[in-house]
Write a protein that binds this ligand. Structure first.
Ligand code: MLT
Length: 263
């Protein structure tokens, strides 16, 4: 178990929303959501182990999505949060799935943003190995150079691109090397989607090249009652690229489902 750095805003008595960042980012990607949603909800945005200001666990060269999820469950426990809406982007969505597998009683609602249920194909696994080699030999700047065009829509604001680059370049190489195998080996959730029994919102960027619309539609079709929000003019990082539209979709979902979700 690893102790996590987190930001917290909003009324501690309000229903909690836990934001899980993608790879290789940190809690800062949720700034625009925490700012707005904290007017109505208790917002918690942790840095997963090794990211942002959270330390790497000692003697741990590799970990799994389950480890990330166990850390988040322990954080919720420490904060006295029995149940929360869990909002995960991409890898954060994989961690939300791991939370569902291992700690489902702590999830009142799910927001699956720019993520997918399928595991890695052989080609995707090979790409992870190539990324490990790239990071090992050329560092995080080269990784940012490779990833940025895939992460953002072509017309993304330069300030967003700069903020994303800063997050990627600040992530320790050891963290990336420990996470890549965890991403490659994560379980396929496709068959498990139909058992998800909490209100769920699937969000996708219209131009997401990493977790495309078809993956979002796949999840929405299989999770009972799930809603789908497609955010125009955005790629893989919809909460940062189009924060107003993202927040609007999330707030609409939360308002519609507030009464049925205990804290
Ligand atoms: C992310 O944004 O978390 C990554 O794109 C996830 C992945 O590489 O599968």
């Amino acid at each position: 178990m690893s102790q996590l750095f987190f930001v917290e805003r909003g009324d501690p008595e309000a229903p909690a929303v836990v934001f899980l960042h993608g790879f290789p980012f940190n809690h800062a990607m949720w700034q625009a959501q925490v700012e707005v949603l904290s007017q109505r909800y208790r917002c918690i945005a942790p840095d997963l182990r090794g990211y942002g200001r959270s330390p790497q666990p000692p003697d741990c060269a590799a970990w799994t999505m389950d480890d990330f999820a166990d850390d988040v469950a322990a954080l919720m426990d420490a904060l006295g949060i029995a149940r929360a809406t869990v909002c995960g982007l991409s890898m954060g969505g994989y961690v939300a799935f791991a939370l569902w597998r291992r700690h489902r009683s702590c999830i009142s609602r799910l927001i699956l943003a720019n993520t997918k249920a399928a595991g890695d194909s052989e080609q995707a696994k090979q790409n992870r190995r190539r990324h490990a080699e790239l990071v090992r030999t050329q560092g995080m700047r080269a990784f940012a150079d490779e990833m940025l065009p895939k992460l953002l829509a072509p017309n993304a604001h330069p300030a967003v691109a700069e903020a994303v680059r800063a997050m990627i370049e600040s992530t320790p190489i050891e963290t990336v090397l420990a996470t890549l195998p965890a991403l490659a080996d994560r379980p396929d959730m496709s068959e498990a989607l139909s058992a998800i029994s909490v209100p769920t919102l699937v969000v996708v960027g219209e131009q997401d090249a990493i977790s495309p619309l078809s993956e979002a539609q796949f999840m929405q079709a299989r999770i009972p009652g799930a809603r789908l929000a497609v955010i125009p003019n955005t790629g893989h990082l919809s909460p940062m690229e189009q924060p107003e539209a993202f927040n609007q979709a999330v707030l609409a979902f939360l308002s519609e489902t507030d009464s049925g979700s205990a804290k």
